[in-house]
Design a binder for this molecule. Structure first.
Ligand SMILES: Nc1nc2c(c(=O)[nH]1)N[C@H]1C(S)=C(S)[C@@H](COP(=O)(O)OP(=O)(O)OC[C@H]3O[C@@H](n4cnc5c(=O)[nH]c(N)nc54)[C@H](O)[C@@H]3O)O[C@H]1N2
Ligand SMILES: Nc1nc2c(c(=O)[nH]1)N[C@H]1C(S)=C(S)[C@@H](COP(=O)(O)OP(=O)(O)OC[C@H]3O[C@@H](n4cnc5c(=O)[nH]c(N)nc54)[C@H](O)[C@@H]3O)O[C@H]1N2
Ligand code: SF4
Ligand SMILES: [Mo]
Length: 722
């Protein structure tokens, strides 16, 4: 018997296994990876031994021993046969990709970037990052753009995810920490209003907290156009039309005001701006709100009273209300509601938003955003620029200014003034960006595309150079979960021969660009030390956090600037006594309703909304390659109400054409008797003809630049109709 796959001998000999976290979502469930020998039959029919990491759940505060199916199967991708293990180069447009050495690939990248910058200026080379990257990688990528390439053109997929909630939290509270309290506070809320979030599928172990809350006699109100598994478990389900959450929030505050349920002591003591907000709310009569949202007045009133009369209450939002062209105002309206009720701060009460990607929180703090420097600093703030110039050893004037947001940068690719070369690290934009026909056009018009990925994703397939990168269990780093808790993701085994880490790749390119002295390391721990210094004094201050401290106390909540005190746990509840605004008060925002960028009409009579299913993750580049997950959900589909399907002559399970003003997709019809009659729902986990983003509307929120993934107008047809 021969050994096929030689693992890190340290890990292989460890009997305890490695305590780490799941590679996927922001819950960052704790798991232990233990090496096990498995017997296989090779191509010649010989029995061989292979080493493989077994997953077992860990009793960590977020998952308390639970894992979803994606977590259980996550190690299958480490030894997957599709795994990239050598750089690939395309010699001419339209030609094939061929294997190449690292030197050849990196030289080609450096020359192409320099060539484009000489011809079109520095900002013509763009960088696109991802919220799945560790803090170290996200920080290194931001530094690579500003110091290595000296380009203003950097943004990331978090723009498509948390940007609306982030902007609303910043303007209300002066800080964007998705949940400003730990998950353990959730069961303390008598009433929870959960808006456009489906953790039953997107974070299954999270549901334990709602179960406990309900066991204590609490109420859960779910706002979702679909009757999801989460809505099924609720005390009350409100089913508004997509894109009308802002109206709903204004209506709830109107009812609470009318029925004298506000906390005027809290409003006076801890907030500003109430008078202006109150004035706008006066217009949102319950009957008017019912007309626009479709939620009956009786249910609106019941929800408002359940929330206002509870001693403790929480509102939690996720992508439903946020991925709209008015996502920021919508989140602001829900924050207003909680402030007016005096339900922000005391334990068991508060407003929070559920971050999605594994490091969605940390990934938006350390410089991947086009307008941001590490520590959640603004790139326009002269003091922040001075501080970073010192940390990086450059002149303040050399740090570029703010660039374009994600969709603005991507849709301008290849156009005058747009980027002509792009480096994509950890995102599959050909599947996940809105209006993908435009994204494909842009990628084709680029002079040069580089993609760093684990697999030949749909985006990597279009690249001029593809770089194979290490996976989660093969490198260490820190992740900041949905609670703002900084975690240590440990290394459990070595990466396969030929694969590099993203930090090593970036440092090697920087060297070839003449910035090697600023990128003299690629070790995560050394980069984390630099990140600590970079974030010191910023809003997201990590200066008091170390790997050892994280290990000792199940993670550290930022901000944490206490370097001396090894026991300092950081700040689990930053809003408990005051808000991090200049006057310590939270700020109401006067917001008014406006319709979605596109509403159903005669030609496109349905609302199309998009989202997730349990077994697949994001663009599906990873989970479509896990046999169990692919088998359970093999193809892209669209949910439709059976009564509407009958009108259109559509059978359950048949392939249909769904189209919008931007394109068409071929999807399998799936009947859902609990869906609103005017809504179609499609998940976005597939590429090709079944890609939901062929249809979505890139109407952007004016503040956050979030595209309207959750609302567009669409029609559905039988494929074989004349
Ligand atoms: N299985 C799985 N889990 C994941 C992910 C994944 O891809 N797959 N991704 C992770 C990431 S990055 C994220 S951001 C989170 C997202 O987590 P969620 O926000 O829970 O996921 P979504 O399915 O995008 O949207 C939630 C719900 O919003 C509803 N919705 C649609 N339109 C509207 C609307 O106009 N108003 C309201 N109120 N609701 C609406 C949808 O019906 C859906 O049930 O999940 C994380 N977890
Ligand atoms: N229609 C519609 N579209 C949406 C959404 C929606 O609700 N509806 N949601 C949006 C949201 S919330 C999000 S977060 C985005 C996510 O969409 P994407 O950014 O496309 O997310 P992923 O599929 O996670 O892409 C990650 C890619 O990086 C690779 N990868 C994983 N880890 C690493 C790493 O450490 N290094 C490198 N170099 N590569 C790595 C994976 O193999 C994969 O190809 O989609 C958005 N798009
Ligand atoms: S809920 Fe999220 S973190 Fe937990 S196992 Fe599933 S994908 Fe992983
Ligand atoms: Mo996300």
């Amino acid at each position: 018997m021969t050994t096929l796959n030689v693992l890190n001998p340290d890990a292989a000999s460890a009997t305890q296994g490695t305590d780490t976290h799941c590679p996927y979502c922001a819950l960052q469930c704790g798991m232990t990876l233990t090496p096990e020998a498995i017997e296989l039959t090779d191509a010649n029919g010989h029995r061989v031994l292979d080493m493989h990491l077994e997953v077992s759940p860990r009793d960590f505060p977020t998952n308390k021993g639970g894992l979803c199916r994606k977590g259980w199967t996550s190690t299958k991708l480490l030894t997957h046969r599709d795994r990239l293990t050598t750089p690939l180069i395309r010699d001419r447009k339209g030609g094939p990709l061929r294997p190449a050495s690292w030197d050849e690939a990196l030289d080609k990248i450096a020359h192409s970037f320099q060539d484009v910058q000489q011809k079109y200026g520095r900002d013509a080379v763009g960088v696109f990052g991802g919220g799945g990257l560790t803090n170290e990688k996200a920080y290194w990528l931001g530094k690579f753009a500003r110091v290595g390439l000296k380009t203003a053109s950097i943004d990331y997929n978090g723009r498509f995810c948390m940007s609306s909630a982030a902007a609303a939290n910043n303007r209300a509270f002066g800080m964007d920490r998705g949940l400003p309290f730990p998950l353990e506070d959730i069961p303390l809320a008598e009433t929870i209003l959960l808006v456009g979030s489906n953790p039953g599928e997107t974070m299954p172990p999270f549901m334990q907290y709602f179960d406990e809350q309900k066991k204590r006699g609490g109420n859960l109100i779910v706002v979702d156009p679909r009757r999801t598994t989460t809505a099924e478990s609720a005390t009350l389900h409100l089913q508004p039309a997509p894109g009308t959450d802002l109206m709903l929030a204004l209506g709830l505050l109107h009812i609470c005001t009318r029925d004298n349920l506000l906390d005027h002591v809290f409003i006076a003591a801890r907030t500003t701006g109430y008078r202006d907000a109150k004035r706008t709310v006066a217009n949102y009569w319950p009957e008017y709100v019912e007309q626009v949202t479709g939620v009956p007045v009786a249910k609106l009133t019941e929800a408002a009273h359940l929330l206002a009369r509870a001693k403790t209450a929480m509102t939690l939002t996720a992508r439903g209300p946020e991925q709209q062209s008015k996502g920021v105002d919508t989140v602001s309206a829900f924050i207003n509601l909680m402030l007016a009720l005096g339900k922000v701060g005391p334990r068991g009460s508060g407003f929070g938003t559920l971050t999605g990607q594994g490091n969605g929180q940390g990934g938006r703090e350390h410089g991947q955003k086009c307008d941001q420097l590490p520590g959640y600093r603004s790139i326009n703030d002269p003091k922040a620029r001075e501080h970073m110039a010192q940390v990086w050893g450059v002149e303040e004037s050399e740090i570029p200014r703010a660039g374009k947001s994600a969709y603005e940068m991507l849709s301008a690719m290849g156009r005058p003034g747009g980027v002509r070369a792009l480096l994509v690290v950890a995102s599959n934009i050909v599947v996940s960006a809105p209006n993908v026909n435009e994204i494909k056009r842009g990628l084709d018009d680029l002079d040069f595309l580089v993609v760093s990925d684990l697999f030949l994703s749909e985006t990597a397939q279009r690249a001029d150079v593809v770089l194979p990168t290490a996976q989660w269990a093969e490198e260490e780093g820190t992740m900041t979960n949905l609670e703002g808790r900084v975690l240590w993701r440990k290394r459990a085994q070595e990466a396969p021969t030929g694969v590099w880490t993203d930090t090593k790749i970036l440092s090697a390119i920087a060297q070839r660009l003449g910035a090697g002295d600023k990128f003299s390391t690629s070790e995560p721990r050394e980069i984390f030390e630099e990140l600590r210094a970079a974030s010191r004094g910023g809003i997201a201050d990590y200066s008091g956090i170390s790997y050892e401290k994280i290990e000792a106390q199940d993670g550290v909540f930022w901000p944490c600037s206490d370097v001396e005190n090894a026991d300092h746990k950081g700040t689990p509840r930053p809003f408990e006594y005051s808000f991090p605004t200049p006057d310590g008060r939270a700020r109401f925002q006067a917001v008014d309703y406006r319709p979605a960028g596109e509403e159903p009409d005669e030609e496109f009579p349905f609302y199309l909304t998009t989202g997730r299913v349990m077994g697949h993750y994001q663009s599906g580049a990873q989970t479509r390659r896990v046999p169990e997950l692919a088998a359970a959900m093999p193809e892209s589909f669209v949910e439709i109400h059976p009564a509407m399907a009958q009108i259109w002559g559509i059978q359950d399970g048949e392939s249909v054409r769904v189209s919008s003003r931007r394109g068409e997709a071929i999807l399998v019809a799936k009947f859902s008797a609990t869906l609103r009659h005017d809504v179609l729902f499609a998940p976005f986990h597939w590429g090709g003809a079944g890609c939901a983003n062929l249809l979505t509307n890139p109407a952007l929120d004016p503040t956050s630049k979030m595209p309207e993934f959750k609302v567009c107008a669409a029609k559905i047809e039988k494929i074989n109709e004349p």
